[in-house]
Structures are given as C-alpha cells and as structure tokens.
Design a protein around this ligand. Sequence first.
Ligand code: EPZ
Length: 418
Amino acid sequence: MGKFVIEGGIPLEGTVKVSGSKNAALPIMAACLLTEGECHLKNIPHLADIQVMGKTLKELGVKVERKGEKLSVNAGHLTRYEASYELVRKMRASFLILGPLLARLSRARVPLPGGCNIGRRPIDLHLKGLNQMGAKIEIRHGYVEATARKGLQGTNIYFDFPSVGATENIILAGCLAKGTTIIENPSRTPEVLDMINFLKEMGVKINEKKANLIKIEGRGEILPANYSIIPDRIEAGTLLIAGVISKGKIIVEGGNPNHLGTFLVKLKEMGVKIEISDKAIRATRESNINPVRVKTLSYPGFSTDLQPQLSSLACLAKGKSIIEETIFENRFTHVPELRRMGAQIEEGNSRIIIEGVPSLSGTQVTAPDIRGGAALVLAGLAARGRSEVFEIHHIDRGYERLEEKLSNLGARIRRKED
Ligand code: EPZ
C-alpha cells in the first residue's frame, strides 16, 4: 500500500500524452480467447487491472507476453475452463472471460464477481443473455457454472439497461454461436465499439450501425488479429481537470475529443476554454469556475467515471453545483474525503449539492476506488498546503504512472510506498 504526497497550489503547464484505454484493453484481451492464433495488441497501458486480466488468461493456458506497450495473446491451447477466485475478486472485469470461454469450450466456471465500493454491480443481464443463447447457467458455491453442450445459439436479446459488460460478454459469445445474435438496447461506449472493431479485424461479421441494435453473425472459426487500442477517455478527462483545477494551462495529447463530447460541454459551462486541434485538447481556465448541473447517464451521456473528478472541480466553483449519479448506487465515496479538505457538500437521493468554497486545505485522505482516488489527487493539486492520498493501489488500477505525468506538468507529487 502506498500514498501520494502532494504540495498543492502549483499551476500545471505543458503537454501530457494519454495512455491506451483500460476499458477497451480488458474486453479485447478477453476477445483473444475466441481464436487459436496469436493476437498482437498495441497501446496497452501498464496498469494493475491489465496485469490481473493477463494472469487470469494465463491460468486458462493462454500465452500472454508483454513487450513495452505491446501485448501478444495466444489462446491456442486452453487447458482450463475455470478462473480462480483470487484473481476475479481483484478485478470484476475478469468476468468478461465468461462469454468467450463458454463459446469456445462449451463450458466455463467463473467466480461471481463481488460488488465493490461503488455499488452492487449485478450480472443478471450477462446471465440472462447467455441463458437465452442456450447456455445452462447454475450458481453454486459462489461460482457461475455455465454449459452449452450443443454450443450457443444466436437469438434476439433485449437489455433492460445498456450494460457495458453484459454487451461485451454477449457480443463475444455471439461470435462463435450458431446463427445471428441481435442485442437490443446495447451499450455503445467507445470501448465497446473498439472491441467490435477488433472483432471485425478477426473476421467477425458485426453490424453496429443501426441505432440501438448490434447484430453479430456467429461463425465457425475466428482468425487472430493485430490491433491498437483507443486512448483512454477517462484518463484524458481526469488530466484536463488537473490543468483546470490547478489554474494552469495543459495540453492533453492523443485523446479523442469525440469520445469526450458531454464532458467537454460541461467543462465549457463551468467557464473553461477548450481548444481542439488534431488529437490534442487544451483546457484553459478563463476566470472563476461556474457552478454546474450534471447527471451521469449511459454513453454518450456524462460518464459516471468522470463524476468524482468533476465534483472535485465543482468544490471550487463560485456557487452551488448539483451532481446526480444514476449509474451506480454508491459513487460518492470520495465526498467524505473532500469534506475533510474543507469542501461543502450535502448528499442525498443519489445526488450531491456542492457549495463552492474559495479554497481547499491539504490533509490526509484515503482513496476509496479508482475514480474517487483520482478525484482526491485533483483536489490535492488545488489545495493549500500538503495532502497525502492513501491507498493509492486503487488509483494504480486505472492510471498509468499518474504521479510521473503530473510531475512532468510541474506538480509536486511523489509516491511513498509503505
Ligand atoms: C464498465 O463497468 C466499466 N468497467 C466501469 O468503469 C464503468 O463505470 C461502467 O462500465 C459504466 O459505464 C469496464 O469497462 C472494465 P455496467 P460494468 O454493466 O460493465 C446495471 C472504471 O472506473 N447492470 O454498465 O460493470 C447496474 O445498475 C470502471 O474504469 C445491471 O442491472 O458496468 C450497474 O450499476 C468502474 N445488470 C449499471 O448497469 C447487469 O447485469 C452499470 O453497469 C449489469 C449491469
């Protein structure tokens, strides 16, 4: 366990490059289970979650080799159909191996992913979809045991909620199912679409052009492919706020502005000047930060994964902001920590009301999860004096070398391992 020690009040300046997207890399690594050949992936970030997914795949007999930002994944000789509890409990996204493993081996045994700090995080849509495709699903001793003796059968599946993970699991299962699988009301995040583009490179026939429908033509054999992952829009948004909250001027390079639509609209509403050139975004604070009203929604709505970071900025706005969280039931775990830094925040009915204050004061705080931890680092950059953010292993799950990137922009931040 380690902590970040931050001396606040220094305006960040300069250019920072965004790493590859964690939430695109994870489903794409799971997609490699569908083929017996070797896939070569590029722009893979160095993150704890990527390591856990690599270990989970290796446990199944997959060859995973890392060289810098490249990853080769060869699922030619699967030796197991079961993932271990100790790995899945570390990273819920390991659950994404269920669909492809079941489709490839006609059976899979994966631990039920627990909830986590941000909410209950059910998997009913994943299981209902696989069941509709002909899988027999049993939950025994904390494991999901899925079998499909006659293989999976394509069918029409409707999602009550556009779940990212369920969309990914069912698309992956549909790739090797007999016939056509149609998902109605799917998630269409840039990360889901990146996985779809990877599958198309593997020769899978997928049509995602029709609004609100994704159609997958199952096929017998899937070829390996080489692919470069999209940039991480959540990291890009987090870094843009780092520049604004510290009253600095930074350029975030390599991010895709089209993936940050609603987020950039909200930053502009808060009085931030946004300039977009080819693959670079500059955010400049003009004067005071205006208060904001935000409601998190499924993509392309405002991302729940940027809600904690924006709430840190709203703590320093001139006036009252209202932030409503509709995706997860417990995604304000960073709020008590921000209060310790002097923020004025009331919480209730899955919303927070933030009364802006002239400044925050540095103190000790504890990261509750990936994005809540990032929000505390951002607050520490703006706060007067020294802040210490504990439990930074949460942050390392989703941010590659965060302290190095921020230091290169002039921040005084260092990592101290226990
Ligand atoms: C993905 O999680 C992301 N993780 C999360 O990012 C992100 O916050 C989330 O999507 C929402 O956008 C990865 O991509 C690895 P969901 P996932 O299934 O797939 C309901 C981060 O910080 N639901 O869209 O678990 C339930 O209400 C992480 O990088 C069901 O009801 O998200 C849930 O709260 C945190 N039944 C909501 O959908 C289901 O079967 C969002 O879940 C599944 C979901």
